[in-house]
Design a protein around this ligand. Structure first.
Ligand code: FAD
Length: 284
């Protein structure tokens, strides 16, 4: 289908972009890679009067790695993450997750800010952001603010963003070199959205796991942390008994809906298996 008619603007500063969004009172939308927004226009799921293209905002394209963590500018593309050799050690969980995002063509255009704002419950980056306690930096007409990833996602395609706000950065806390992590995803074909996925990490002290963070993707209306699984992992060795406990706790923690891709019962079992696989990979 052809796109509905819309006005187009391509600002060269963040301030100009915010002014344009604010002036249109909810009738304007930022355009990043267009990989989700353009199909939504075609299907008439969205029909904004104005698209504010962010492509000329060079300051949103940076990846910064420092002692205080990793900062991804909102216009960083999936391809940029996979091409940045520093991230393989600076944040291996992020890289492992992004390897599952979509297909080459989409990875060449799709951005991290677009993915966060789109808030698909089956998307990988929102899941990593919630698991790692990322902060989302946004700017709007009333200034800049930081939103905890756990408070950012309100449901499918719904976030804490106000209509005049744009995401500028996603900030991930620093990643200790010895940290253990795992990412496991099941989808119908490689590159499809996850039917279920688990992202997890923990630190080790004297052979015991501590500081476990476990996130589940595709099994609720937003990415979630699995507190019962974290409790099952913390304080012990990652042996067969712990893995079995974690798998059972994961399945018991969620109540996924049934949709055209899978039944709720199937997804419930699947998240257990994803946690089991991610934990085995972390322990190995
Ligand atoms: C066939 C196909 C398969 C895909 N598979 C996956 C997958 O497996 N995993 C996955 O995670 N994604 C997948 N995607 C989605 C893809 O990753 C998108 O690129 C991404 O979700 C949106 O990023 P974008 O830059 O294209 O955003 P756009 O499509 O440009 O925008 C998406 C939404 O975000 C808003 N927005 C964009 N940037 C900002 C900003 N900086 N601040 C505020 N709002 C903003 C837009 O207004 C719009 O509402 C797939 C897409 C397709 C078409």
């Amino acid at each position: 289908m052809k796109l509905p008619p819309f006005e187009y603007a391509c600002p060269t500063t963040i301030a100009e972009a915010v002014t344009l969004l604010a002036a249109h009172d909810g009738e304007a939308k930022p355009l990043a890679g267009g990989q989700s927004l353009v199909p939504m226009l075609a299907f008439r799921v969205a029909a904004p009067a104005l698209l504010v293209d962010l492509r000329k905002l060079a300051e949103l394209r940076q990846i910064k790695i420092g002692d205080d963590g990793i900062t991804l500018g909102a216009m960083v593309r999936w391809r940029d993450i996979l091409d940045d050799a520093r991230l393989k050690t600076a944040h291996p969980l992020l890289v492992a997750a992004v390897e599952h995002v979509a297909h080459y063509q989409i990875r060449n255009r799709g951005t991290v800010g677009g993915s966060m704002a789109h808030a698909d419950p089956a998307a990988e980056l929102p899941g990593v952001a919630v698991t790692c306690e990322a902060k989302i930096a946004v700017v709007g007409r009333s200034g800049a603010r930081l939103i905890e990833a756990a408070n950012f996602f309100h449901g499918p395609l719904t976030t804490a963003l106000k209509p005049d706000e744009i995401i500028t950065e996603i900030r991930l806390p620093a990643w200790p070199a010895q940290r253990r992590f795992g990412f496991a995803e099941f989808s119908r074909r490689r590159g499809d959205f996850a039917m279920a996925a688990a992202a997890l990490f923990y630190d080790e002290e004297a052979g015991r796991a501590k500081n476990a963070h476990v996130g589940a993707i595709g099994v609720a209306d937003r990415p979630i942390r699995l507190a019962a699984v974290e409790a099952a992992i913390n304080g012990g060795a990652i042996d067969e008994a712990t893995i079995a406990k974690a798998e059972a706790a994961a399945a018991a923690s969620v109540d996924p809906p049934t949709d055209i891709h899978a039944s709720g019962a199937y997804r419930k079992a699947l998240i257990g298996v994803m946690v089991e696989r991610a934990l085995r990979s972390a322990a190995a």
